[in-house]
Design a protein around this ligand. Structure first.
Ligand code: CO
Length: 141
């Protein structure tokens, strides 16, 4: 396999669903010395978030703020919490969308990008078509 370092993609974050972001963040802060953020409320996404900062990636701890949150659904099925999705950076969502369409991988919702937690356009791939993992793609210029 030939490898071109410039072609390596970046993971932006791993999102973990939890019932209490403050309690969950202590695991990372108090035992591993990780830098954690304040609690951010993102009502348009139905979540509270604490970011755990690593030099190469972030972990996003997500707690639902109401019953309609997609994270509430996840916690009903996984009461102890767990990995919810991973996010890969892409330069051009509309370009990669064509690959997914060609390979019959569906995009959740109406297929058009939404504004994600960092203010960038994002799409989510249907986990049924990606071997069970919810994958977010974030357009980072
Ligand atoms: Co995300």
């Amino acid at each position: 396999m030939t490898e071109n370092k410039n072609n390596k993609k970046k993971l932006n974050h791993i999102a973990i669903a939890v019932s209490d972001v403050v309690q969950a963040s202590k695991i990372w802060r108090d035992n591993l010395g990780c830098i954690i953020s304040e609690v951010h409320k993102l009502p348009e996404h139905g979540v509270k978030v604490i970011f755990v900062e690593f030099s190469n990636i972030k972990i996003e701890l997500l707690e639902p703020i109401d019953k309609n949150s997609p994270i509430s659904n996840f916690l009903e099925k996984n009461p102890k919490g767990g990995i919810h999705h991973i996010c890969c950076e892409v330069k051009d969502i509309s370009k990669v969308k064509k690959n997914f369409a060609k390979n019959k991988i569906r995009i959740l919702g109406d297929g058009s990008p939404k504004t994600g937690a960092h203010g960038n356009p994002v799409i989510f791939l249907n986990p049924t078509d990606t071997h069970g993992t919810l994958i977010e793609l974030e357009e980072v210029k």
